[in-house]
Design a protein around this ligand. Sequence first.
Ligand code: NHR
Ligand code: GAR
Length: 196
Amino acid sequence: MKRVAILISGGGSNMVRLAEDMIGDHPARPVLVLSNRPDAGGLSKAKKMGIATAVVDHRDFKGDREGFEKALISAIDPYEPDILALAGFMRILTPVFVGHYQGRMLNIHPSILPKYRGLHTHARALEAGDSEAGCSVHEVTAELDDGPILGQARVEIEPNDTADTLASRVLVQEHKLYPMVLRRFAIGDKTPILLP
Ligand code: NHR
Ligand code: GAR
C-alpha cells in the first residue's frame, strides 16, 4: 500500500476527491494533509475524514524559502510518504524540496500545459481568445509546471465565460482527472490519460 501526503493551500476540493478515492482496492492511502496556510478550508475537511493534518506557515520564514522547505520536510517525513500530491498548493518549490522527493511528486495545474505555466491561467486563456481551456496533472520537477504530463482534460470556452465561470467548469474536470491519474501512478503507470 502506497502512502500519500497531500499538500494544499485552500479549499481542498481536489484533496477531498483524492482522499475519497483512496479506499477499498485502491493501491494507496492518504496519510497526511499539509497546508502552508493555517486558515485553509481543506484542513477541517481532512480532519473530518480522519486524516492527519499539519501546518507549516510560510509567513514564519520571510524571504527564507529553504528554511520553509526544511520545515516542510521535517513535518512530512515522519509520515513516510511514497507519493506527494500537490492539490492547489501555492508555493513555488526550490530544488531543496523537489530533490528530496524526486520522481514521487504530482501536481494538478489549471491549464492545458505547456500553455500558461504559473498563475492566473484562466484569465490568460480568455485574454488570448482561446477556444478551449483545461487542466493537467504532471510530475513536479525543479522547473515550474514543466514535468512530464500524466493526464489532461479539456473544456470548451463559452462566449460569456469569465475567469470564475471557466475555473469552476475546469475544476469539475480536475476532480475526475486527478484521482484517475493518482490511482495509476501508485502502481507505477505513467501513461498519460487524456479526457474527455
Ligand atoms: N514547484 C516546482 N519546483 N515545480 C512545480 O511544477 C511546481 C512547484 C510549486 C507549485 C503548483 C503551481 C501551479 O500548478 C506548483 C508547481 C504557485 C505558484 C506561485 O507563483 C506558481 C505555480 C504553482 C503554485 N506562487 C507564489 C510564490 O511566490 C505565491 C502565490 C501565492 O501565495 O498566492 O511561491 O500553478
Ligand atoms: C485548483 O483549480 C487547482 O488546479 C489550482 O487551484 C485550485 C485549488 O482548488 N491550482 C493552482 O492554481 C496552482 N497554482 P482546491 O483547493 O479546491 O483543490
